[in-house]
Design a protein around this ligand. Structure first.
Ligand code: GLU
Length: 415
């Protein structure tokens, strides 16, 4: 049985792309191996005065096309291998949507729900100062990911800036507007996913208004996504978070679910629906399934129960290699993470460009440029998939991997 770890999945995906492209072992090794990695011990003084050590990581998987780019994750089970996988996916993602970036990722092994805001600020600042030599607006640019948010990015930016002696907004993206964030960034990943869902449905002559959907994950990505789908006329029949889910076959009142979450912190107990667990949600009889939480949820077993015709991956790495094979056998169209959820890093790029120019765009400009880039990237991937008879995942990987390999070849191997 295949190892369902994120790194095993990421490596297997790369191996498939290398095989299609016919690259030699040397190029395979160059593309598979993270360029730089840092493991730091992060001491934290808790509110009660005692000191504990958390483990932090930053991995620059590839920096051949530009600075490293990628989020910072706070979760209890974060380890170096997971960060390596997430960094590798960032490399292909940035290349697929033609951003002048490499791929990077960071993580700190802690469950943020168990720490006070003051503790989170202290650990963020200490982690930032530990990895200072690696990051910077021309080196490696951070953004939010699971367990972090725009406040985290403000602390990272402030810590970096104070140590350099002047304000450097472009060291992070996904910041609050008040410190150089971009309009549209907070909802960009979700908007991008909806663009990708609309594009893949359109290929089958179907409109978002005609379909039902289930969304797993109700955080920064899933909650906006459910709202945008409902606004587009999709019947959103189920949503869930880490505590459980709710479902209503006639469609949930998504704004009411959002209000419930604001009140209680979870979708669980929403009065306008029946309880459903996270695994059952994946097997619901819906048209569109959107995993928007964490890695590895669609494995050999859960994939065998998927009834949706389309899976649009809002999370990073939600499908294992075995899960992917099962979905393909069942004729499910999968829009892969590195394309489907790239809207976040696209608007991160816009934020970085705006910060570098110190000139801010309007929201319609940002939404328009995001939509254009997502649709153009989809068209390129879908056309390759059709022409070569491969899945959208393999097409996106081949396009991303090829662009990175081209940068390696053109730059040459030093010395
Ligand atoms: N964490 C997001 C991702 O996985 C955003 C990364 C970024 O904007 O740099 O794509």
């Amino acid at each position: 049985m295949a190892d369902p770890s994120p790194l095993a999945t990421a490596r297997a995906q790369l191996a498939t792309a290398i095989e299609i492209l016919g690259y030699d072992d040397g190029m395979h090794a160059m593309l598979a191996t993270p360029r730089r990695e840092m493991h730091v011990a992060v001491p934290l003084r808790r509110d009660d005065g005692h000191v504990e050590i958390r483990h932090g990581y930053r991995v620059q998987h590839n920096i051949s096309r530009g600075p490293g780019k990628g989020g910072l994750r706070y979760a209890a089970n974060v380890d170096l291998d997971e960060v390596r996988a997430l960094a590798m996916w960032m490399t292909w993602k940035c290349a697929v949507v033609e951003l002048p970036y490499g791929g990077a990722k960071g993580g700190v092994a802690l469950d943020p729900s168990r720490y006070s805001p003051g503790e989170l600020e202290r650990i963020t600042r200490r982690y930032t100062s530990e990895i200072m030599p690696m990051i910077g607006p021309e080196r490696d640019i951070m953004a939010p990911d699971v367990g972090t948010n725009e406040q985290t990015m403000a602390w990272v930016m402030d810590t970096y800036s104070v140590n350099r002696g002047y304000t450097i907004p472009a060291v992070t993206t996904g910041k609050p507007l008040s410190v150089g964030g971009s309009l549209g960034r907070a909802t960009a990943t979700s908007r991008g996913v909806v663009h990708m869902a609309a594009a893949t449905l359109a290929d089958a002559g179907v409109d978002l208004r005609e379909v039902s959907a289930a969304v797993q994950g109700f955080g920064k990505v899933g909650s906006h996504l459910a709202r945008f789908l409902a606004e587009a006329g999709t019947r959103v029949v189920a949503v869930s978070d880490e505590h459980g889910g709710v479902m209503a076959p006639d469609g949930l009142d998504v704004p009411a679910v959002l209000a419930h979450v604001q009140h209680t912190g979870t979708v669980v107990g929403f009065p306008g629906g029946e309880p459903i667990d996270n695994t059952a949600l994946l097997g619901l009889d819906v048209d569109l399934l959107v995993p928007a939480a964490v890695e590895g949820v669609l494995d050999e077993e859960t994939a065998a129960n998927v009834k949706a015709r389309w899976v649009v991956e809002a999370a990073n790495g939600p499908t294992t290699t075995a899960g992917d094979r099962v979905l393909a056998e069942r004729g499910v169209v999968v829009v892969p993470d590195i394309l489907a959820n790239a809207g976040g890093v696209v608007v991160s790029y816009f934020e970085w460009v705006q910060a570098n120019e110190a000139y801010w765009w309007t929201e319609p400009e940002i939404e328009e440029r995001l939509a254009q880039r997502m649709h153009r990237s989809y068209a390129t991937v879908a056309q390759y998939a059709r022409a070569e008879g491969v899945s959208l995942r393999d097409a996106a990987l081949v396009i991303g991997v090829r662009r990175v390999a081209e940068a390696h070849r053109t730059r040459g191997l030093y010395p």
